[in-house]
Design a protein around this ligand. Sequence first.
Ligand SMILES: Cc1cc2nc3c(=O)[nH]c(=O)nc-3n(C[C@H](O)[C@H](O)[C@H](O)COP(=O)(O)OP(=O)(O)OC[C@H]3O[C@@H](n4cnc5c(N)ncnc54)[C@H](O)[C@@H]3O)c2cc1C
Length: 375
Amino acid sequence: MNNKKFDVIIVGAGPAGVGMGSVLRQLGLENFTILERMEVGATFKMWPEETRLLTPSFPGHGFGQLDLNAVVPATSPGYAYSSEHLTGEEYADYLKQVAGHFNLPVKTGITVELINKEEHEDKFVVHTDKGTFESEFVIWAAGEFQYPDLYPFEGSENCLHTSKVKSWSSLEQGDYYIIGGYESGIDAAYHLVKNGYKATVLSKGEPWNDDNPDPSVSLSPFTCDRLRTIADNKNLRLIGNAEIVKAEKDSGGFRLQLKSGSAVRTSCRPILANGYKSSLSLVLEHFYWNENGSVELTEKDESTVSDGLFLTGPQVKHGEVIFCFIYKFRQRFAIIAEELCVRLGIQVDQSVIQHYRQSSMFLDDLSCCDNSCQC
Ligand SMILES: Cc1cc2nc3c(=O)[nH]c(=O)nc-3n(C[C@H](O)[C@H](O)[C@H](O)COP(=O)(O)OP(=O)(O)OC[C@H]3O[C@@H](n4cnc5c(N)ncnc54)[C@H](O)[C@@H]3O)c2cc1C
């Protein structure tokens, strides 16, 4: 049984955990660890083989424009892999390089199961499959991808969630129905159609017609580009305003029941592209959940329920400002890190903070996040 005591424990070594750990290191924190159930960048290695980062990488850091997918200043995945849209494998490797460069104290093969903080205690007890750890502060960075939403409607276990697909080309040839028309649904349709399969996207709304300027809400330009290349392909159908309420399996295949009352039949297992429940499902009671399903955070991204528990990554939201992309949530790492230094009595190295600010990685004024577009 481990019984290690730390100042800070970070849960998860994806872009959020690695980016967070890197700034803690640069600010001189010593007694911290990163608990990771698999390996650094594990989520990216679980992506379907064909899937690529949507946000483009470009080595603009020499001119003060940090690569959109970098998690520390002065690095560029685009430069490192000579690619604008990295594969999951490449991006996982980039994260490993960063973790290695900063000699981050990542403990792999440890799954965090729950965290506790007794009333009037000033330490968290972090329960894992390898024993317990104690820490004054916990930064939750366990992401969303590994916690798919598998049961959104009756019979959805008959469907195949996109997060379980190893490669689109490994599926049997056929006529696939995809439930969900956002990024993962269109990504699935694109790869299926490119491989010569038929794909029908069924979506509650019509995301492909949404022109919201925030790519957290509408489809990314990369996806729109790809969609245009298959727009005239007779194997692709996009059907909006089609909400599925039930999936059944019988000897003839699958039957999808729509809310409108109609139904469709297919011989191929339907693909579920409805998103994720998020790892926050493990620590539900440590956050106040507001009516729109997101957690309430202080201006330092700390829980408003459990003092000392911070959240970093795509689940961070402040009002209408959604931090679901790496180039967004990376701007909050140094905010948390600076706060932790102050609370731990460590003098804040302002040159590090300044470097983060200059690299557009220190966003403390959320009123400046305006997605309106003049053109
Ligand atoms: C198909 C797809 C394409 C995407 N493309 C982009 C893009 O182009 N640009 C962009 O910015 N974002 C993109 N995203 C979103 C992006 O992947 C996420 O924002 C990013 O992975 C979040 O980083 P994270 O570190 O919070 O989570 P993750 O990358 O999921 O990392 C979490 C880590 O925590 C570990 N972990 C989980 N639970 C536990 C536990 N209980 N105990 C210990 N360790 C645990 C995991 O093994 C993992 O290593 C995409 C997402 C998907 C699904």
